[in-house]
Design a protein around this ligand. Structure first.
Ligand SMILES: [Zn+2]
Ligand SMILES: [Zn+2]
Length: 431
């Protein structure tokens, strides 16, 4: 696992333990008293997460009657989960079940980041309405680091992309890339099965596709599950650590694009691009340097077991926002951290949103600008950031134009943005 865990395990002398305890206490005390900066950040985050709610400016006066004497009182944390998978890729829960699970875990903002598909986003958004959860449409894109030397094998890398409520601008361009990767996954799964049968662990492709589900591109986790079912290994961990790890005896590469190109595409389509689990890379600094040059916005730094300072330092060095998520798949047992278990500091969330908002706003402007003078329902459907994946019944049941715009406005992040002049212009165009 991370470097830090190993270092911690060696710190065992009693003096060091007391020192550590003191440090921890100090840290806790510090945490209790938020700085003015944190209060402002918390307000911003709250307003973004609950756009319909009354402004929370007077919030710190409520309750304990401490008023201004204790303006730095702890604000209720808005729990963000920025990395989660559903059955649309290799997760165990459907998008709506995932949203319900997030609600039970106290998550208020959930990014659905399935591998190479945004197919679950519309369902998640629909389910989220019931629980007052805000969905960040996302996707975790499989790519490879461009090798520095000819002989070097291309290392797999995952790029997280986060979009505004309307999804990506130029959705078709993004979807084409994702579809190519998904198609490559079928070939890759077949290659893995070939390798497994050579290792005397034959599996049928149908077993994999049954586990993956209809229309879901198979991944390593699906192969691992089939291996457990067939009794070749005791659990998923063993399947990976013995056979399916990067470069392992049953590992196969897919037809993934180069990570730099993915980062550029994410930027071009109005998304925030972040490097997922950089601790899994052999040479993270080289990758981060290259990706930053291509327009990378952030990297994962926070995990359920805390902040990884080595990656936090890299984020600082390359001026990247620091994020993190549980990478939840809904596996049974204790094989993975729980949904919402990553304690993202409010300042980290604030930096992420501050960076994302203008990017998402521009994407929305771009999407809206593609609407023709007199849009028909088909135009509306086509121009939405999710292609035809949003609930089309919603659109066909209303008269096009103003109603659609109202729906769009209801998805709009903040009051200030709702009143943005661009929208008014488009409203004129539509009315
Ligand atoms: Zn990943
Ligand atoms: Zn993931």
């Amino acid at each position: 696992m991370g470097e830090e865990d190993r270092v911690d395990a060696h710190e065992s002398s009693p003096e060091e333990a007391t020192k550590k305890k003191k440090r921890r206490r100090r840290r806790r005390r510090r945490r209790r008293r938020n700085t003015a900066e944190e209060i402002l950040a918390a307000r911003f985050v709250r307003r973004w997460a609950f756009p319909g709610a009354p402004s929370g400016d007077d919030e710190e006066g409520e309750g304990e009657g401490e008023g201004i004497a204790s303006p730095l009182r702890r604000e209720r944390r808005v729990v963000f989960e920025l990395h989660a998978h559903s059955t649309c890729s290799d997760g165990f829960l459907s998008p709506s079940a995932l949203v319900e699970r997030a609600h039970r875990s106290g998550v208020k903002v959930l990014a659905l980041t399935d591998h190479d598909t945004m197919a679950g986003v519309a369902e998640a958004m629909e389910a989220a309405r019931k629980f007052d959860i805000r969905i960040i449409p996302g996707v975790e894109i499989s790519a490879v680091c461009s090798p520095r030397e000819e002989a070097e094998a291309a290392e797999p890398v995952h790029i997280l992309a986060y979009y505004g409520s309307w999804g990506p601008a130029k959705f078709e361009e993004l979807e084409e890339l994702l579809a190519n990767i998904r198609n490559g996954r079928y070939l890759r799964a077949k290659e893995m099965l070939l390798k497994l049968s050579k290792l005397k662990m034959p599996l049928k492709f149908e077993q994999i596709s049954n586990i993956a589900g209809i229309g879901v591109a198979p991944g390593r986790l699906h192969v691992a599950r089939a291996m457990v079912e067939a009794g070749y290994v005791e659990n998923l961990k063993q399947a990976f650590s013995r056979y399916l790890y990067d470069g392992g005896p049953a590992y196969a590469t897919g037809s993934e694009p180069v990570a730099e190109a993915v980062v550029q595409l994410v930027s071009r389509t109005g998304g925030v691009a972040a490097l997922a689990h950089p601790w899994a890379l052999k040479n993270p600094e080289a990758a981060i340097k290259n990706l930053k040059a291509a327009g990378l916005h952030g990297i994962e730094v926070y995990r359920s077991d805390g902040k990884l300072s080595a990656f936090s330092d890299l984020a600082d060095a390359y001026d990247l926002v620091k994020i993190g998520g549980s990478d939840y798949h809904g596996r049974r047992g204790n094989e993975e951290p729980d949904l919402g278990s990553v304690d993202l500091p409010v300042l980290a969330v604030f930096e992420f949103l501050k960076l994302g908002r203008p990017i998402w706003c521009n994407a929305l402007k771009e999407i809206l600008s593609t609407f023709p003078e007199e849009p028909s329902c088909t135009d509306m459907e086509k121009n939405f950031g999710f292609g035809n994946q949003l609930d089309l019944e919603v659109f066909s049941s209303m008269s096009c134009g103003k109603d659609s715009l109202d729906l769009c406005r209801s998805l709009w992040p903040t009051i200030e943005e709702k009143e943005a002049s661009e929208l008014e212009v488009i409203k004129m165009k539509l009315s």
